[in-house]
Design a protein around this ligand. Sequence first.
Ligand code: ADP
Ligand code: MG
Length: 676
Amino acid sequence: MKKSFTNLAKKLGYEDALGLLYHFPRRYEDRSRWEDPFLLDEGEQVTTFGKVVDQSIKFTRSSKKIIEIILQIEGSYKALKLVWFVQRYMKWSDWKGKWVIAYGRMTWKSKGNKREAQMMHPEYEVVEPEEYEEAGKLKMSPHLNRITPVYPLREKVKQKALRATIWEIIEKEQLVFPELYEHSQPRMSRGEAMLAIHFPESLEEVEQARRRLALDELVCMELALVRRRMLAAKAVKVRGSQQYDLVNTLRGVLPFQLTEAQLQACREIDQDLSKEIPMNRLLQGDVGSGKTVVALHALLRSLESGKNGALLAPTEILANQHFKNIKRLVEPIGVHVELHTRNNRFSGETLFSSQPTIYVGTHALIQGKVVIPNFGLGVIDEQHKFGVLQRTALLGKGEAPDLLVMTATPIPRTLCLTVYGDLDVSVIQHLPPGRKVVKTVLRDRSSLHNVWDYIKKENARGRQAYVVYPLVEDSEKIDLKSVKAGYEELKEIFGENQVGIVHGKMDAGDKDESMQKFRSGECGVLVATSVIEVGVDVPNATIMVIEHAGRFGLAQLHQLRGRVGRGADQSYCILVDEMESIDSWKRLKIMEQTANGFELAEEDFKIRGPGNILGTEQSGLPPLKVARLPKDLPMISKAKKLAEKILDSDPELSEHEGLKKVLGHYWTMAEEVANN
Ligand code: ADP
Ligand code: MG
């Protein structure tokens, strides 16, 4: 393989040139049809072919070089001008009498009362007269006269060079792509699909090839999941020796009764904990459904059996809140609580405590050097904000610890099985009693003054409001109100001391102070970014105003809306947006119409795909390169069956070397996750 191929592959992050074959096109351009360019409108793209009748070099006023070629279009009497601002790599040579095949965008230039057809910067290829006139047909080309692949690029990699390289590898090398597993009557073999995805005969063939490769990809994903689950089922827990009775004591001091749904989740957890293998459970419950007490139940159970527990939260604000709430509840019953965040470190790397302890923290808690003594159970709050590697890191702090992950971002059932296929699931279906549904309304900016008046009234009655903006600082590029500008404006309206601010770029101490002021009711309005999206719980807040609401995803809006309606009072969510397009209006309208997080998630999933629900790297699965969700969801159950069949007969994949290689580090990761 040429060295330049390998270099190119490395630039794109592949180890060797063959890796380029896994660099799949982003899209395709149909350059297979020749159309009469003179029938096309400004901006339309076309492939054209003709003989060079004239060529010239010109200079612009700023003495930039311009090459112009006049092409006598084959099968037409008209001539088309091709124009390039010369780049260094473009060679000037005598093209007269040669043939050129070009692909580009039509532009029409007015010249007096005539209009001249031009193509600016077309992609082109030169064809020698004998190649066309004598052979009577055009040679095969990777770039033109075909369905042309367009690849995702990185800096310094040129589309044409990349395409030519992949073409040459496919043409010159004797490539074999063996099937990865036994497969009953595939419509296309893996080998055919690998070639067709790069240089297809037709657009229909692209889709066939894509689906063929997507199945392989989904089988790999399912293999990792099924294996993770199989291995986890083998790990054996180590139990502590002390015995306490904490759960019952807590129930006695809780200011409310657990709902039936919460109790059910607690029972499921207790069942898991009584088994020899570690718990591996996902707790799903809409915003405000009361997952925290269920987490606390699990943590206390761990302490009861003589092991410490840890609760991991994605933001410092949330970790602080959990720390304070949990401490308030459990310190009186003899449980110690410690906070470990970036700004709140313990001295040394081993966290000390001889008392039964709950460690609450952010990412800082799972950093490599931190040792959590006698660690037996971990809870990850807002799991969708973490990656699988962080899950692994937390599990690595103990010997086969139990794990509970929680999420309020409802995941459509189908997708849930897919990405959390290795977890048992508990769902809290209903909110605690007495909650009123948050009323949601859409407003445009012109009615903001009414909104502010309303907040003033509510403030006077002792209620509080959040006002959320999408950006931290004013940006010149996009005309969006930033949180800082909003803060200044609202201070004018409500008074200096009535308004607090919190955003991700603030110091932890300042953040905490702002939250504290708001929590204690000292200020009536909190201006914020979406840092408050997850978990923040101030029951006295009854109004959520979201500016530029269209900038947020539905699931995110739902999370933000979930910050209010946490007490017994009627709460309101006011979505402010210019609603410039029907689409954005429709999307926000869905918010107005449904309060159900699961329905919203389904909608969001349909509109934006899974990436925005799960976060791209957050699911911890091999990133899907060819499979498309939700489009390919029906293929998943097939993939899962195939994966189970493969692992049943060959648990170590020793007879499926190809598969093992493709799975690469995900295979090992499944092992690590399971072994920890
Ligand atoms: P989330 O599921 O969004 O994490 P939280 O655990 O923060 O929800 O609970 C939301 C609010 O509901 C908290 O103020 C909590 O104290 C309260 N809460 C939880 N369970 C109950 C219950 N069974 N009855 C009444 N209030 C409850
Ligand atoms: Mg929560």
